[in-house]
Design a binder for this molecule. Structure first.
Ligand code: AMP
Length: 116
């Protein structure tokens, strides 16, 4: 089992140790722009709970937290005006999934027709 790294960059954002320009916040999640955008719109949504990745989240989080987090993702997309043209959700998970930051996050990619 992976141990949560309290010093990862998203943990520091949640603790207020480094600044974050939040575009959305509720009881379950915050959202902000990715620092290295890979699409015209590239947002990240992270849960406030300390979960390393999707597997950790689904294993340990309550049903309320899981529902709240995914509702937050939908709200971010809606508030950013992405629902009509659509968007892509990506959750890189673990080493083989290419995950770099060990705090669960959803990428929202949008703003053009994305290649597969
Ligand atoms: P992943 O490879 O799925 O772990 O994605 C981590 C993402 O976090 C990458 O797309 C990075 O560009 C992004 N990232 C890392 N540090 C920051 C930061 N300080 N602010 C915003 N995005 C960040």
């Amino acid at each position: 089992m992976k141990v949560y790294d309290e010093n990862n960059v998203f943990a520091k954002m949640l603790k207020g140790d480094i600044p974050v320009n939040k575009i959305y916040e509720d009881d379950f999640a915050i959202a902000f722009a990715d620092i290295h955008p890979k699409a015209p719109v590239h947002l990240l949504v992270i849960p406030k709970g300390t979960y390393t990745d999707f597997s950790d989240f689904t294993a340990k989080a309550s049903a309320n937290e899981i529902a709240g987090f995914f509702k937050a993702v939908g709200k971010v997309a809606e508030k950013q005006g992405l629902t009509e043209n659509g968007y892509r959700l990506v959750m890189n998970t673990g080493r083989d999934g290419g995950q770099e930051v060990p705090h669960l996050h959803v990428h929202i990619l949008a703003g053009k027709k994305l290649p597969f």
